[in-house]
Ligand binder design. Structure first.
Ligand code: GCU
Length: 429
């Protein structure tokens, strides 16, 4: 009797908690291809009202705007107000960086509105050889000074995630972490290939924590507002906003070829690069490195990280409306292949790592494949077959893809591919 009562009580409790969306599914993440549910993938070339898109002009005028609005209001959240650069300042500069090969600039972008002020710093290395350089732009995870051992790089005072293995404690950056991420940023190789590199510490735009009182969000609050409304920006959208402001600056910097800015990002910052590239057509190419759930991977596959899991672990990344799709991917009228398609006809590169199952490499590949019909509408080449290429054998078409051996990371192999592909797609080398 007592056992039955306990079981009954637990069952009722579980049902209530599930209904009110209070619990994360208890099952382990699925890593078995046989357990991927059957799903219908929305056709990027059919509008929400059922019209077939046959010409690139129809895509541009009808389908692209409705998809962009959907992602904006239901996935990442819209930016509720305009915040232009108030002022920019070159805070440090040298024409003699990297043994004279490059110019280094550290430029603060400053934003002001009412009683709010925010500044973030762009660290740039530009090849001295070029008059106006094409540039890779990407956020870094732990501060500009972590990307090389160059002692001239200023240390950010923004809030930082702790990581003792990287010498980061008390949420503050110090000398201890200088150069600790140099392995992910082959600055010299980039410069020797004729490209510039620009990077920003993402927590300067919005600290990566579930707190909407800091970073750029408060700039758009109406009186009494404490956090973004359900369709307004989460952190990914805020970080994407920051990349567009960097682009505003590049348009005024004579050393940068603003028509050739390639926006790059790894993992959460790969999700950010895709969303920035989807919205802002000034980015001439986009690279997603191991971006996974909410990035390049198809959500409806429910492989590895799912929408419910990401919203539970990182409640501040997406807009609140995205929670409607927690364990309810069936109801989602879009999927991430359409995010990639929003970049068309500009080149986009999706990269996976073999051991990075959490990010669902196959789901990332399929999203690139299913974005291809939109590229073909523009006469561009995408991913030719539904069969994944073998590891370390990249496809360098306008829609590019590789899966490399190894873990969730950014490696020299990744960068070598990005440079080769950018040479082909942007410089026509
Ligand atoms: C977590 C998160 C991923 C994200 C990754 C990262 O693993 O679940 O979605 O891509 O962090 O940004 O490193």
């Amino acid at each position: 009797m007592t056992t039955r009562f306990i079981i009954l009580t637990l069952a009722v409790l579980a049902i209530c908690l599930t209904i009110f969306g209070q619990i994360v599914p208890q099952k382990d993440p699925n890593y078995d291809e046989n357990n991927v549910p059957k799903f219908d993938l929305p056709d990027p070339l059919t509008t929400f009202s059922g019209k077939k898109i046959k010409k690139s002009s129809e895509w541009i005028e009808e389908r692209r705007p409705e998809l962009l609005t959907f992602f904006s209001e239901n996935v990442y959240g819209k930016v509720p107000c305009k915040i232009p650069i108030y002022q920019w300042k070159v805070v440090e500069q040298s024409g003699n960086a990297l043994d004279g090969k490059a110019c280094r600039k550290q430029v603060d972008l400053i934003f002001k509105k009412d009683n709010h002020t925010l500044r973030f710093n762009i660290l740039m290395y530009l090849p001295n050889e070029a008059e106006k350089a094409p540039v890779f732009l990407g956020y870094n995870f732990y501060g500009n000074h972590t990307i090389t051992n160059d002692t001239n790089i200023l240390i950010s005072d923004a809030w930082t995630r702790n990581d003792k293995s990287l010498g980061i404690d008390n949420h503050r950056l110090t000398e201890d972490s200088r150069g600790v991420r140099a392995n992910r940023w082959p600055v010299e190789k980039i410069i020797d290939s004729g490209y510039g590199l620009a990077t920003i510490f993402y927590c300067e735009v919005d600290p990566d924590r579930d707190d909407f009182s800091d970073g750029i969000h408060p700039f758009c609050y109406i009186e009494g507002q404490q956090c973004p409304a359900s369709d307004e920006w989460g952190s990914i959208s805020a970080w994407a906003w920051g990349l567009s402001r960097a682009m505003d600056y590049f348009e005024q910097d004579n050393d940068v070829d603003a028509s050739k800015v390639i926006v790059f990002g790894h993992s959460r910052l790969g999700k950010t690069a895709l969303w920035a590239g989807a919205q802002d057509e000034r980015f001439s190419a986009v690279i997603s490195n191991n971006s996974g759930c909410g990035g390049a991977a198809l959500s409806k596959r429910r492989f590895g990280e799912t929408i419910a899991r990401i919203n539970a672990a990182f409640p501040h990344w997406f807009c609140k409306n995205f929670r409607k799709y927690n364990d309810n991917e069936v109801a989602l009228p879009v999927d991430q292949h359409e995010l990639i398609a929003l970049i068309a006809p500009r080149p986009v590169y999706v990269a996976s790592a073999e051991k990075d199952l959490w990010a669902d490499p196959r789901g990332e590949f399929l999203a690139a494949y299913f974005a291809t019909p939109v590229y073909e509408l523009f006469g561009k080449d995408g991913i030719p077959s539904q069969e994944m290429p073998p590891v370390n054998q990249p496809i360098h078409n306008t829609v590019a893809y590789h899966i490399r051996t190894g873990e969730h990371d950014v490696t020299d192999f990744d960068w070598e591919q990005y440079i080769k592909w950018a040479d082909k797609q942007l410089l026509k080398k």
